[in-house]
Design a protein around this ligand. Structure first.
Ligand SMILES: NC(=O)c1ccc[n+]([C@@H]2O[C@H](COP(=O)([O-])OP(=O)(O)OC[C@H]3O[C@@H](n4cnc5c(N)ncnc54)[C@H](OP(=O)(O)O)[C@@H]3O)[C@@H](O)[C@H]2O)c1
Length: 235
């Protein structure tokens, strides 16, 4: 049986991805920084809970020990992510961005991905078909953000897009370093979740589709790519 860990799976896209992968027969770990929320989600979904705060080395190390004792790991989905809201609710634009906002955003969205991936690499390397899915965003795409008329061009925030651009670079460099693994970045699409105060126009069912698809790719599937539900995206 394929064993899968999803970070930030107590709600939103991670929760829906977990639901779909349990349905597909995966043995699922619900990673959640909050024990109550995580345990509730795991019970709802018929999955195991593991406490995991992606910003905390000790929490991640303990999660590795738990998953190792449970039999190892085949699929890691780096899903936990944040956008730090400014005074007016949305992300601060360039005029209001501070180093503190950038640092907090990167701590979860970028350093969190590396902290978790690095810690779980030994387990993934023992898997017969290891897979990593990094949940990115089309706001990561320099091509999209610099194309006038693109919906991404109008987005004023800096920290969140920059963090996801870093996730994309991390994805391609890991994919080259570990050719035996399938390591891809995905864009779920603008999905109604707490991240955007439920302003997204897609449902979590729609948004989770590409995450699930990349989580179940076989050893012949793509690696080092950036995909949405319609196919490859421009970097
Ligand atoms: N929604 C969209 O339109 C959209 C579009 C493109 C990409 N994405 C990406 O999709 C991913 C999931 O976001 P979502 O939209 O589902 O948002 P969400 O509903 O706010 O879920 C985010 C999840 O991340 C968890 N999380 C935050 N910080 C964490 C930490 N330090 N350690 C562990 N977990 C942490 C949250 O846990 P708590 O409940 O404890 O806060 C929650 O479970 C993110 O990477 C996001 O950037 C979303």
């Amino acid at each position: 049986m394929t064993t899968t860990l999803i970070t930030g799976a107590n709600k939103g896209l991670g929760h829906e991805t977990a639901r779909r992968l349990v349905e597909a027969g995966h043995s699922l770990y619900i990673g959640s920084r909050d024990a109550v929320r995580g345990q509730r989600a795991a019970e709802r979904l018929g999955a195991r809970f593991v406490q995991l705060d992606v910003t905390d080395d000790a929490s991640v190390a303990a999660a590795v020990r738990t998953v190792e004792a449970g039999g190892g790991l085949d699929v890691l989905i780096n899903n936990a992510g944040i956008a730090v809201a400014g005074e007016h609710g949305g992300e601060p634009g360039a005029a209001d961005l501070t180093a503190d906002v950038l640092r907090r955003t990167f701590e979860t969205n970028v350093f969190g991905v590396v902290r978790v991936t690095h810690a779980f690499l030994p387990l993934l390397q023992r898997s017969a078909a290891p897979v990593v899915v990094n949940v990115s965003s089309s706001l990561a795409s320099l091509a999209e953000v610099t194309t006038p008329g693109s919906p991404r061009h109008a987005y004023p925030g800096v920290a969140y897009p920059a963090s996801k651009t870093a996730v994309n670079m991390i994805t391609v460099q890991y994919a080259k370093a570990f050719p035996g693994m399938r390591i891809n970045a995905v864009e779920p699409g603008f999905t109604s979740t707490d991240l955007n105060r439920n302003t997204g126009h897609q449902t979590v069912e729609q948004g989770a589709e590409i995450i699930v698809r990349m989580a179940v790719i076989g050893p012949d599937g793509p690696t080092g790519g950036f995909f949405d539900v319609n196919g490859p995206l421009p970097w």
